[in-house]
Design a protein around this ligand. Structure first.
Ligand code: ADP
Ligand code: MG
Length: 323
């Protein structure tokens, strides 16, 4: 199968319906129209087989996840997704893989009215790079660096689930389809993360800083703290835990995965006390769970407090690709 045919398969299965796309797939480059009063928010993420997803992951899940991790970055900035490009490196011209990949990608893209406008297709070890483009009103993008001492720290959803799912996959010889329903829930959190796009948009004008939790809570809050020239204290008993996690692992493992596990794609954000009520109302409308997990302090670093308010020594700063 030729590269051209693979591109055709992708084109047929993905969304290309936005009116603001002047030129989409098929020319040397895409041309899009940025609405007046808005800025373009751009991010790229690469997923490498065996590093960012287990080698045996379904093609549709890889398609979904490669877009989801990008949309999560847009969410952290408060941006509304608009367009994406897709660079695929495939070991063979596997039409079936490409078809299922495109279906998984398109399923998530449709949720956010995001169009695929171009990309590149090459041969090599399986690796997927997606670039997404989102829109924010001029000057409104939420950054990592806005946290102020005294702000509350919140997290969406529950933490540690994806790392729990990975641990289950790694500790069992079983096919993912044959594990319990609880385990399935956690594995789905790993393979089909749901980016907090609507929550991110709702945080515009409310949050002082925001980040998506991809490398683990501790590591990612560390970026917020450092960028904001402040510190963060979190209470380990305040961290939101899913029923699936509580019933799958002991308390210590849950805590470790909540603090250091990666791939959750929840948002962690800081917010002035005066905005908390409005934020809670907005999140309730979206059906998005939020938990107060800590506060911004002067002392640098991220500090985890146990239930007695004592600081826990933390060594593992989350997932670092070069460690
Ligand atoms: P060029 O050689 O000019 O870079 P290509 O032959 O690589 O063009 O691509 C032809 C068209 O198909 C371009 O519009 C490109 O953006 C698009 N395209 C190529 N690969 C992909 C892909 N994996 N997903 C989406 N669009 C793609
Ligand atoms: Mg060209």
């Amino acid at each position: 199968m030729a590269e051209f045919n693979l591109i055709e398969i992708i084109k047929q299965h993905t969304r290309q319906t936005r009116a603001d796309v002047r030129i989409g797939i098929g020319d040397d480059a895409a041309v899009v129209c940025v609405p007046l009063g808005h800025e373009l928010v751009v991010c790229t993420d690469t997923l490498v087989s065996g590093v960012h997803f287990p080698v045996a992951t379904d093609a549709a899940d890889i398609g979904w996840k490669s877009l989801a991790v990008n949309l999560s970055d847009l969410a952290a900035m408060g941006a509304t997704p608009a367009w994406a490009t897709l660079a695929m490196t495939l070991p063979t011209a596997d039409a079936q893989f490409v078809e299922y990949f495109a279906k998984g990608f398109a399923e998530l893209a449709a949720t956010y009215e995001l169009d695929l406008i171009g990309g590149d297709t090459t041969r090599g070890p399986l690796s997927i790079t997606v670039t997404t483009h989102g829109l924010v009103p001029n000057g409104k993008a939420i950054q990592r660096r806005g946290a102020n001492v005294g702000d509350a720290v919140y997290a969406t959803g529950t933490l540690g689930d994806a790392a729990g799912g990975l641990r289950i996959l790694q500790s069992t010889d079983m096919d993912a389809r044959n594990v319990s329903t609880l385990a399935q829930t956690l594995i789905a959190r790993l393979n089909r993360p749901i980016p907090r796009v609507d929550a991110g948009i709702a945080l515009l004008d409310l949050a002082s800083a925001c980040i998506d939790i991809s490398d683990g809570l501790l590591a990612d809050l560390g970026h917020v703290a450092a960028s904001s020239s402040a510190g963060i204290e979190i209470g380990e008993d305040c961290l939101p835990l899913s029923t699936a996690m509580a019933e799958s692992f002991n308390a210590e493992t849950c805590r470790e995965l909540q603090i250091c596990g990666g791939d959750d794609y929840e948002l962690a954000f800081t917010i002035a006390e005066t905005n908390v009520e409005a934020m809670r109302g907005a999140m309730e409308k979206l059906g998005c769970r939020v938990s107060r997990i800590g506060r911004v302090i002067e002392e640098a670093g991220v500090h985890v407090l146990d239930r007695n308010g004592q600081r826990r020594p933390t060594t593992d700063k989350g997932w670092d690709h070069f460690k």
